[in-house]
Design a protein around this ligand. Structure first.
Ligand SMILES: [Zn+2]
Length: 374
C-alpha cells in the first residue's frame, strides 16, 4: 500500500495510482499544467484576444459558401452552453450538435432547448441506438475500469466529426478547456480516442453486434483531420474563462439552470461519478477539477478543500438515480453488487492503442516539419 499523500499545491492525491510528488511535495499533474508553454489558460488576456479575433476571421472565411460557420457540441452543461453563448457574441452562426445517449436528465433537455431558442441556433440531435449503447456500458462496468464513461465521449466526438464532414465545415468549437479541466489523469479517463480499447472491451464482455455506434478509427480521424481539414478548437481557452462568471451569465441571459455538480446533466454520469467512482474506485473526480481551478487562479487551495467536504451526491438523488440506472441497464441488485466487488482493472489489462499513440506523438511533429502533414 502506498502511504496516503495529497499535493502541497493542488488537491490531487494518491487516489490517482500514477501520481508522483517532487521534493517540495508538489504533484506531477499541477507541475505539468503550470509548466506547459502551450497552456492558453495561462497566457495574457491581450495575446488571447488577438488570437481569438484571428480565429473568428479564419472560421468565417472557411465557411463562406455554407449556411453555418462551425459546429458546436451541446450537452446542456455549463461549458458547452457558454460556448453557444460566446460564438453568437462573436458573430458566428454555428450548428449545434447533441448526442442523446439515453441518459439526459429532464433539466438537461430543457437547458439545451432554452439556450438554443434564446440564441437562435439550429440543433441536430443524434439519438444513439440504446440496445447497442447499453451493451457497451455494461461491458465497461464488467471490465471494471475507472474510465467507463469514455464510450459517450468517443461517440460525441465521432458525431461532431461526421456532421462537420457532411456540412463541409472546417471548425468544431469544443467546450473542453484548460482553465477548468486541464488536469485529467490518464488513469481516470483513458481511451476517449482509442476505438481499439472500446471495441476490445466490448468484444470480451458484450453480446450485441455494434452496427451504428458512432465511432472514429485512427484512419477515419486522419481522414477528417488531414483530408477534410477539420480542426477542433477549445475556444474557451481563447478567453479568460471563469466558471462562476460563465454560470451567472448563462443563468441571467439564457434562463439556464444549475444541476448541482459538474457533468451532472446526465443521470448515468452523476451515478458513475457520484457513487461508483468514489465507492468502488475510491476516486473523487472533483479533485481534478478543483486542482485545475487552483492552478488557473480561480479558487484557493483552502476553498477547494472546503468544497471537497461538501456532499458529493445528495442522498435523495442517489436513491432515485440508483433505481433508475439499474432498471435502465436491466441490472439486478445482485448483478450490481457483483460488479462493485470485481477487482479493479485498467486499460492496460485490455487491447489498446497506447503504444501507437505514443509513437504518433513523436512522429507527427517530424512529419509536419517535412510537410507530409499539415
Ligand atoms: Zn498538484
Amino acid at each position: 500500500m502506498i502511504p496516503y499523500q495529497v499535493c502541497n499545491r493542488c488537491v490531487m492525491d494518491t487516489s490517482e495510482p500514477e501520481i508522483s510528488f517532487d521534493e517540495n511535495g508538489n504533484c506531477n499533474h499541477c507541475t505539468a499544467y503550470l509548466s506547459n508553454e502551450h497552456n492558453l489558460a495561462l497566457q495574457s488576456d491581450t495575446s488571447k484576444k488577438e488570437d481569438l479575433n484571428k480565429l473568428v476571421e479564419r472560421i468565417k472565411s472557411s465557411s463562406r459558401n455554407s449556411k453555418y460557420d462551425c459546429i458546436i457540441g451541446v450537452s446542456g452543461g455549463v461549458d458547452s452552453t457558454y460556448v453557444a453563448y460566446l460564438v453568437k457574441e462573436l458573430g458566428l452562426n454555428p450548428l449545434a450538435v447533441h448526442l442523446d445517449n439515453g441518459w439526459n436528465s429532464e433539466l438537461a433537455v430543457s437547458n439545451i432547448q432554452k439556450t438554443l431558442d434564446n440564441l437562435g441556433i439550429d440543433l441536430y440531435t443524434y439519438v444513439i441506438d440504446w440496445h447497442e449503447f447499453r451493451d457497451i456500458q455494461l461491458s465497461f462496468l464488467k471490465a471494471s475500469v475507472r474510465d467507463a464513461e469514455i464510450p459517450t465521449d468517443h461517440a460525441i466526438i465521432s458525431v461532431l466529426y461526421q456532421v462537420a464532414a457532411k456540412e463541409n465545415l472546417k471548425y468544431i468549437l469544443s467546450g473542453a478547456n484548460s482553465a477548468t479541466e486541464g488536469i485529467y489523469p490518464v488513469t481516470w479517463t483513458y481511451g476517449i480516442a482509442d476505438l481499439k480499447y472500446i471495441k476490445g472491451i466490448h468484444s470480451i464482455f458484450g453480446s450485441k453486434k455494434l452496427k451504428t455506434f458512432p465511432s472514429t478509427s485512427l484512419s477515419m480521424k486522419d481522414y477528417y483531420i488531414l483530408l477534410k481539414q477539420i480542426k477542433t478548437v477549445p475556444i474557451l481557452d481563447y478567453i479568460d474563462f471563469n466558471k462562476e462568471k460563465a454560470m451567472q451569465i448563462i443563468q441571467n441571459e439564457l434562463g439556464w439552470r444549475y444541476y448541482g455538480g459538474k457533468h451532472y446533466e446526465s443521470i448515468y454520469t452523476r451515478f458513475f461519478q457520484g457513487y461508483i467512482m468514489p465507492v468502488k474506485f475510491k476516486i473523487d473526480k472533483r479533485r481534478a477539477h478543483l486542482s485545475t481551478l487552483i492552478c488557473s487562479g480561480q479558487i484557493t487551495k483552502a476553498e477547494a478543500l472546503e468544497e471537497l467536504k461538501k456532499e458529493i451526491y445528495p442522498a435523495e438523488l442517489y436513491e432515485s438515480d440508483r433505481e433508475f440506472v439499474l432498471k435502465k441497464l436491466k441490472l439486478s441488485e445482485t448483478d450490481f453488487a457483483e460488479i462493485m466487488k470485481l477487482p479493479i482493472k485498467s486499460y492496460k489489462d485490455y487491447p489498446n492503442s497506447k503504444n501507437y499513440f505514443e509513437f504518433r506523438k513523436k512522429v507527427v511533429p517530424y512529419l509536419r516539419k517535412i510537410s507530409l502533414m499539415h
